[in-house]
Design a protein around this ligand. Sequence first.
Ligand code: APR
Length: 310
Amino acid sequence: MGKPKVTVVGAGFVGATTAQRLVEKEIADVVLMDIVEGLPQGKALDMMESAPIEGFRTKISGTNHYADTKDSDLVVITAGLARKPGMSRDDLLFKNAEIISGVVLECAKVSPKAILLMVTNPLDVITYLAWKKSGFDAKRVFGMAGTLDSARYAYFISEALNCAPSDVDAIVLGGHGDEMVPVPQHTKVKGRPVTELLDPAKIEAINQRTRDGGAEIVKYLKTGSAFYAPSSSVVQMVKAIFENSGKMLPCCVYLTGQYGIRDVYCGVPARLGPGGVQEVVEIALTPEQKAALRTSAEHVRENCGKLSLS
Ligand code: APR
């Protein structure tokens, strides 16, 4: 059987790095799409020219036309502006909402059966917008943030414990913003909860560094935001979808009452498969974590209201 067809919209830092990881790992054939003429074509050709050395047999092509993205199995949307120092993700709302509205309509037209995996910030609101604009079943429209926030959390914990980063199985819930909710009692190192391995003050310091993780990178880069860990996080989700592994990953999904939250997109654990979201998983949270998750979801709802979508 041939490889799945994945379109990545936006050939900037996040999009191009995502495309590179997808083809190098032979997960999919990729179409890289951008409005800037030559940019996706040049990056795609450059990647193909690395194939003899890297040894991958998957294909990538670049385009400025949606017709070339036709019948994609999955579309990763990274188009839009990234943060600069001093900006919050919410500051990107109106400009990125305008860009994403157009992008989603075009993608939905040519790939009506695709899964839409959203990356553009502010993530949770943009994913809600994408769901509304596409007219797709909510199971096929979700966003990447929890896997990134959890990867950051896992890395900081591995640093504190001096263990292998991949030995840490971390969970961060909530919207992809300052109110995200790290869940240390479900975050495990080789099966042992972090709450048994680090003292509460250290855990709280790591929780806060995780909430500020994106801003920490923006402060260093000055002209843009993170892209290595974000692209790894997207690829982890794409892999789970096509491999139908049943792995539980924190994803930005549409909630219909789970965790007492309804009609809003927010980060919670979910199982992904070829049809999209297979199951939203409800894990036990402390009353404080439940309240924090709801506050985070209400913040997302408030921002959705600013876009006057019904
Ligand atoms: N259609 C297609 N591509 C577009 C459009 C559009 N309408 N508008 C902008 N783009 C492209 C730009 O030309 C650029 O190549 O989106 C790309 C964005 O790339 P970068 O500026 O490098 O931004 P990046 O770091 O990749 O971040 C993209 O992901 O993590 C989020 O907050 C981040 O919202 C931001 C997004």
